[in-house]
Design a protein around this ligand. Sequence first.
Ligand code: ZN
Length: 127
Amino acid sequence: MPIRTLPVRLSLGSETPTTAVVNIADWTLFERVKRGTIAMTFCWCGAAIVLPIPMVHLVVPPVLILLGPVLFMWRLLTHSSFKEVVGRCPRCKEERTMSMGGRVQSETNVFCDGCGNQLTLRLEQPS
Ligand SMILES: [Zn+2]
């Protein structure tokens, strides 16, 4: 899993934006298949576990059985995802390492571990 870093800008309302770096994981094909298989296995195991529960077995197992392949494809098609952002929070002014996830996109949200505020993360355009 190669990790690359990109400069980002963290902003929060009227606070002065700060610069930070975000670590992005680039998943290999094998890792994407593995991640998808794990997600699908959890869904199908969850379906098997709730199968003996009356009334619940009418709704939850079909949903989980259908959700498994959807999550498998989602994970398979996710080529890279955010891992963590290292930088100074605009509100509490502390240097922090904030873990995060999700697909790589030009703008997303991350929560500060110290003050709990939702920060807006924007990838800085290379100039
Ligand atoms: Zn903060």
